[in-house]
Design a protein around this ligand. Structure first.
Ligand code: BGC
Length: 482
């Protein structure tokens, strides 16, 4: 059983001042999240205009929409090595450069070929950012604020998705897709400029033998912590091992690897992106009869609920801990998915309403469905959304953290791609009710997984988390400690 509690680590938590550097780090990390969310969300609204301009085939439309996810998968893997070799900070700058170039190429594209290149560059940038920004946040934050810092990154993603939806709504009538896609150039350039004066993480400086810079970074963001103790801990966690892919997959780091990859996959296999995708149809069932009404309802209820409920995690992830948020969220998600499944199955004639022919008033099933969907989004937003990214970025040992996080992040993108690619096929196969039931079952499986394999990491330093794995591995296989 792995119900370890932070209280028994003996870490006392004095009040740390929040320095202007720390605020700056937080703001920059949020800017990266914002770009990520915006680029992920904006294509939905831009697509109509792109179709009107280029008349692409269905195959090309599919590439334009889904290859960003595949680009992100590769971006995350490459970024793992970049973060180790070039540093976390330079990797974030590269992500911002890629975002900016990709957005320019997309918005100026004379044809679909160039557009696809732009999408791939943006996708690659999204992947690089999805690795580097939360990793930088997790290493820079003082222990007591680490969960909050990474959750603020997720908050920015949800905010980016919301802004993209609003921009899509505002600009869709004039078919101004070039402007929609091009807009992210501004925050992209801002991110590049804002990142320059910031230090890299103390872990990376120590890893590359730059002790003075590590001291400087600690003084800037953790001014009242014992610098020498910080350095000693980091040094011990880096050990003498060389970072390699072999180390990431080695027996002694099996537990964090399974935990990180498992959480990354479950975050997607419990259906978040399918529900977001399906929301227009659900609003149709609830009586919003025109596509404009459905899009507006999606933007304001799904988008705003997603942002607001993430604030719960920002407030509580370091107080209540990661596990309670996960359990509460999974229960909310599982139950609301069951309700959605039942609505599709029994409370009939949603389909009639969905065609919009007669319905201007919500059907009963539609209203129940709508409430269930809002509960689902809120439950995800305070649990699996932010907590999964927090845990992924804190559980790997210092000397291979970049690569470890890369494997989990790439698994997340791979799983996201699978769900969006095969969701409709699955609906054809077992029906909406069956698919949502399957997602509910996945919530139960995830609950068991978290219960058995996810230790509480609240209040532990990154180095203490690493020691915890070593102690566990030693208890399991005596004689294999490092
Ligand atoms: C997930 C995304 C999802 C988003 C929704 C993120 O944590 O990784 O796949 O679209 O949350 O808010």
């Amino acid at each position: 059983m792995t119900t370890l509690d932070a209280e028994d680590t003996g870490v006392s938590e004095p009040r740390h001042p929040i320095t202007k550097w720390l605020v700056f780090v937080g703001a920059v990390v949020m800017l990266a999240g914002l770009l990520f969310g915006y680029d992920q969300g904006v294509i939905g609204g831009a697509l109509n205009g792109i179709e009107d301009t280029f008349h692409p085939s269905t195959f090309v439309i599919e590439i334009i929409t889904s290859w960003v996810t595949l680009g992100a998968l590769f971006g995350a893997l490459v970024a793992g090595v970049m973060a180790e070799k070039l540093g976390r900070r330079v990797t974030v700058i590269w992500a911002a450069i890629l975002f900016t170039i990709g957005a320019l190429v997309e918005s100026l594209a004379p044809g679909t070929g160039v557009m696809i290149v732009g999408r791939l560059v943006v996708g690659f940038g999204v992947g690089v950012a999805s690795l580097a920004a939360p990793l930088y946040a997790a290493e820079m934050a003082p222990t007591r604020l680490r969960g909050r810092f990474v959750s603020m990154y997720q908050l920015a993603i949800t905010f980016g998705i919301l802004i993209a939806d609003i921009v899509d709504e505002l600009l869709s009538s004039g078919s101004q897709w070039r402007l929609m896609l091009g807009l992210s150039v501004v925050p992209g350039i801002l991110l590049i400029l804002a990142m320059f004066p910031l230090p890299d993480s103390m872990v990376w400086y120590m890893r590359t033998g730059q002790r003075d810079k590590a001291v400087d970074a600690i003084r800037k963001v953790r001014p009242d912590e014992d610098v020498e103790a910080n350095l000693r801990d980091i040094k011990a966690s880096l050990g003498t091992e060389q970072a390699s892919w072999g180390e990431v997959f080695s027996e002694k780091w099996r537990a964090p690897l399974v935990l990180g990859v498992g959480l990354a996959i479950f975050q997607q296999f419990t259906g978040i992106n399918a529900v977001i995708y399906y929301s227009d149809k659900i609003f149709a069932a609830a009586g919003f009869s025109t596509p404009q009404q459905q899009t507006a309802a999606t933007t304001w209820s799904i988008g705003v609920v997603n942002v607001l409920a993430t604030l719960i995690a920002v407030a509580y992830v370091d107080r209540l801990g990661r596990r309670p948020l996960m359990f509460a969220g999974l229960i909310g998600m599982g139950l609301s998915l069951l309700v959605m499944s039942l609505c599709f199955r029994y409370l009939d004639r949603i389909a009639t309403a969905a065609t919009g022919a007669t319905a201007n008033t919500p059907s009963d099933a539609g209203v129940v469905m709508l409430v269930a969907m809002v509960v689902f989004i809120a439950s995800f937003a305070f649990s699996l959304g932010p907590v999964v990214w927090t845990v992924i970025n804190e559980i790997y040992p210092g000397f291979v953290r970049g690569r470890g996080v890369a494997v989990a992040t790439a698994a997340n993108w791979g799983a996201a791609w699978l769900v969006t690619r095969f969701f409709l096929t699955l609906v054809d196969w077992i029906g909406e009710s069956g698919v949502f039931f399957l997602f509910a079952v996945m919530c139960a499986v995830t609950y068991g997984f978290v219960w058995k394999l996810q230790p509480e990491t609240k209040g532990r330093t990154l180095e203490q988390i690493q020691q915890m794995w070593t102690a566990k591995a030693a208890a399991k296989h005596p004689g294999t400690t490092r």
